[in-house]
Write a protein that binds this ligand. Structure first.
Ligand code: NAD
Length: 487
């Protein structure tokens, strides 16, 4: 078995307590590597390295930082297929999806590399004579990055690229289920010429390695992607040391089909919303809202297409639905299927495990007759389980669409431009897709409302998540008229 260690100050470092744990291939069910089981002492060492590297990195010219990020982008493209394979071995998602993600993530390094030397403060007008006032954007400091298991490297890159471009140094705590790709990625960071200590990785469990990072007094910001429950906990703990926090959390996104839509396209949109990535995606369109007039015909088409999905080996380019990534997630999905049945929803497809080598497959599952108040409509399943909810009017669609605690994304299928604009305005979510689904880009802001989180990733504004504004006042004459009043 391959043995991975922490990556601290440019070196592979064993856990200070000497403990390790195994990482498992979800398709075969077999352990294939060991990881260092990090503790607070390891986090201390990584934060110290990031702190020591901070001044040097923050004062490297932004042009030079940008060039290193662009070099990293080229290396990422060269290594994309290999990185994608490591992702598949660790999280079981399809190679078609993961190799696509690892190739595309190069764009985040290129985009923020280009942005690094375009972060401009302003000279401000002043109401006070003889004063020159300007703003500077300065890096926040050491950033703790905590990532989930579903798209480890892509979601890391959404944070790492802007953080490095801004001049921050980082300590990464990847998911305990999928740390290997992040550690392999460090060789690429090194090859790009990013100095030791600027990027560090501590592996381990959330409570043992993640929590000390959130508590650490020398960490200025936590950038987290994961569940709403962990996000809430992290936000509470981070408040004790007044950290900045950005949270990318879960979703229960409505995918809304009106009777005037191109129904064949909408069927494909519904499939991509819930069965791509085995439903293990924060932006899953897990609630399919169908206008009543098309409900039955649409469900018939949907069931037909979904029932033809090939379930199996994620490394095969012909597979459509792979295994569930983790044993707890597998148990959770099956539990939600039971919940939906007990709530009175009708299972029209799947609803059971599927045989496979590692024993972690769930059939694509569709429930009709779902009422939006049911748990299956309100809670994130994070698996291939779709709830179909009928609606009558546009007003109903808005009300049902917004009636959850999450607000990550929504899909709208219509050929009426006025309706598209009205819906995109009225849905209380961070992203609305009209006549498409599950599109993301380095150029477009992404994030949620309500329990889906706070802050935005991607796009030019996201770099400000890693910067603080300083206001500088320079008096052109040194005399102080009256020191006892505010100037
Ligand atoms: P999770 O919250 O269980 O774990 C995420 C990370 O947080 C892991 O690295 C874990 O070790 C760490 N962690 C857990 N508890 C912690 C604590 N108390 N302190 C510090 N770190 C802690 O999430 P998961 O199961 O890995 O990922 C699935 C979830 O992520 C889903 O809810 C999904 O919707 C969400 N997600 C959101 C986005 C987004 O961009 N909005 C993207 C992907 C996944």
């Amino acid at each position: 078995m391959k043995a991975y260690h922490h990556y601290i100050d440019g070196k592979a470092v064993a856990a200070s307590g000497g403990e390790t744990f195994e990482t498992v291939n979800p398709y075969t069910g077999e352990a294939w590597a060991t990881l260092a089981r990090g503790t607070a002492a390891d986090v201390d060492a990584a934060v110290a390295a990031a702190n020591a590297a901070f001044d040097g990195w923050a004062t490297t010219t932004p042009t030079a930082r940008g060039r290193l990020l662009m070099k990293l982008a080229d290396i990422v493209e060269r290594e994309a297929e290999r990185l994608g394979e490591i992702e598949v071995r660790d999280n079981g998602k399809l190679i078609t999806e993961m190799a696509g993600q690892t190739a595309y993530m190069a764009q985040w390094y290129r985009y923020y590399g280009g942005l690094a030397d375009k972060i401009e403060g302003a000279v401000l007008p002043s109401d006070k004579p003889g004063i020159f006032n300007f703003t500077r954007y300065e890096p926040m400091g050491v950033v703790g990055i905590i990532t989930p298991w579903n798209s480890p490297l892509l979601l890391l890159s959404w944070k790492l690229a802007p953080a490095l471009a801004a001049g921050c140094t980082v300590v990464i705590k990847p998911s305990e289920f999928t740390s290997a790709s992040t550690l392999e990625f460090m060789a690429l960071v090194e090859e790009a010429g990013i100095p030791p200590g600027v990027v560090n990785v501590v592996t381990g469990y959330g409570a043992e390695a993640g929590a000390p990072l959130v508590e650490h007094p020398d960490v200025a910001k936590i950038s987290f992607t994961g569940s709403d429950i962990s996000g809430q906990k992290i936000n509470e703990v981070a408040a004790k040391t007044f950290k900045h926090v950005s949270l990318e959390l879960g979703g229960k996104s409505p995918n809304i089909v009106f009777e005037d839509a191109d129904l064949d396209a909408a069927v494909m949109g519904a499939i991509s919303g819930i069965f791509a990535a085995t439903g293990q995606t924060c932006i899953a369109g897990s609630r399919l809202l169908l206008q009543r007039s098309i409900h039955d015909a649409f469900v018939e088409k949907l069931v037909k297409v979904a029932s033809e999905a090939t379930i199996g080996d994620p490394m095969s380019r012909d597979t459509h639905v792979g295994p569930v990534t983790t044993p707890p997630q597998y148990a959770k999905i099956l539990d939600y299927i039971d919940v939906a049945k007990s709530e009175g929803a009708t299972c029209v497809l799947g609803g059971a495990p599927h045989d496979g080598p590692g024993g972690q497959f769930v059939q694509p599952t569709i429930f009709t007759g779902v009422d939006n108040t049911m748990r299956i409509a309100q809670e994130e399943v994070f698996g291939p389980v779709l709830s179909v909810i009928p609606f009558d009017t546009e007003e109903d669609a808005v009300r049902i669409g917004n009636d959850v605690n999450f607000g990550l994304a929504a899909g709208v299928w219509t050929t009426d431009i006025g309706r598209a604009l009205r819906m995109s305005e009225r849905l209380k979510v961070g992203t609305v897709w009209v006549n498409t689904y599950r599109a993301v880009s380095f150029m477009s802001p992404f994030g949620g409302t309500k329990r889906s989180g706070m802050g935005r990733e991607s796009g030019a504004e996201a770099i400000k998540e890693y910067l603080q504004t300083k206001s500088v006042w320079i008096a052109q004459e040194t005399s102080v008229a009256n020191p006892f009043v505010m100037r």
